[in-house]
Design a protein around this ligand. Structure first.
Ligand SMILES: Cc1cc2nc3c(=O)[nH]c(=O)nc-3n(C[C@H](O)[C@H](O)[C@H](O)COP(=O)(O)OP(=O)(O)OC[C@H]3O[C@@H](n4cnc5c(N)ncnc54)[C@H](O)[C@@H]3O)c2cc1C
Length: 279
């Protein structure tokens, strides 16, 4: 295993579904729910998209068989969004339908801005048939206020995130403080309008804001965080009686995911360099 692979392992359960299920069991024992994600994105041919559908269906069977407290998270470019939007819609419906039969919730991750509109469109279409599906919305995008409003009006379920992709100033807030302010604004709207949503951040300020707001609003609220990030905080929130969910990725395509995690925090890059060069 290369040093980089070893470094990436803090954020990834392993290469196989068994690794993800083992990690899920461990989190469940500590009172933490999980979201399992099969890594991979930007699929260009149908046969590969079909293989990815199969793997996601396998995750759903594993969740049922292992009786774990788990949801599924998918990326639309892994399921053919770049080949054809209708093909992708029908692929997502296959997964959502199977998940509904097993009482499993499916989250749609949000990718970078060239895919935002199609992702929202596919989501709103899937939602017409299946209510067990939610979507990530990124606080860094200026358009997100209007997306949150239309999704909430359609009774969709939102996972609010800051946004993991670098975007252009014209369409996005780019400073940390502006993104946090917009997260806060969108979250306030969700507290006002939405019965159930996920606050997916490791930011103490936003987490505390959500905890305070929920004392008055009493929504079905879950705090979602990434595997390998702020493990003590997760356990602390569980002790306070809050719902905490860990996002657990697995698979061989770990490189883009790891790059996004590295970029999020300068300290991670230093730690990686230190582990590679032993400085
Ligand atoms: C469950 C979940 C699902 C997500 N889904 C999506 C999605 O679909 N689309 C999308 O664009 N983004 C997604 N993201 C990523 C998100 O957009 C952010 O890039 C990421 O969460 C970092 O932002 P933050 O809110 O934690 O705040 P930040 O301001 O980046 O971090 C706040 C604090 O958290 C800690 N921290 C944050 N990241 C790390 C890290 N990598 N390593 C160590 N400590 C860290 C640090 O203490 C930091 O000071 C998801 C995040 C989560 C938790």
């Amino acid at each position: 295993m290369s040093l980089l692979t070893r470094f990436a392992r803090q954020w990834i359960a392993g290469e196989t579904l068994d690794d993800a299920v083992a990690r899920a069991r461990k989190e469940n024992r500590d009172g933490i729910g999980v979201v399992i994600n099969f890594l991979g994105e930007h699929v260009k041919d149908e046969a590969e998209a079909d293989k990815n559908i199969e793997e996601n269906l396998r995750i759903l069977r594993a969740i049922e068989e292992a009786k774990i407290n788990a949801a599924l998270s998918i990326k639309l470019t892994q399921l053919g969004l770049e080949i054809n939007k209708n093909l992708c819609l029908s692929n997502v419906e296959k997964i959502a339908g199977s998940a509904a039969g097993k009482n499993v919730f499916v989250w749609i991750d949000m990718e970078n801005s060239p895919y935002t509109q199609d992702t929202v469109d596919v989501y709103l279409d899937v939602l017409k048939k299946y209510s067990n599906v939610g979507i990530a919305i990124q606080a860094n995008l200026r358009r997100s206020e209007s997306d949150v409003k239309s999704i909430a009006a359609s009774l969709g379920v939102i996972r609010l995130v800051k946004g993991a992709y670098r975007e252009n100033e014209e369409i996005a807030y780019t400073s940390r403080s502006d993104i946090t302010k917009n997260f806060s604004r969108l979250m306030a709207y969700l507290f006002y309008k939405s019965p159930s949503f996920a606050v997916a951040t490791h930011d103490d300020l936003l987490i505390n804001e959500a905890i305070e707001a929920n004392k008055a609003h009493k929504k079905r609220l879950e705090f979602q965080m990434l595997m390998g990030v702020r493990e003590e905080l997760k356990r602390g929130l569980v002790k306070e009686g809050l719902t905490v969910v860990d996002y657990i990725p697995y698979g061989r395509n770990w490189f883009p995911y790891t790059t996004r995690r590295l970029r999020e925090r300068k300290r991670n890059i230093l730690l990686m360099l230190r582990s590679v060069f032993d400085v």
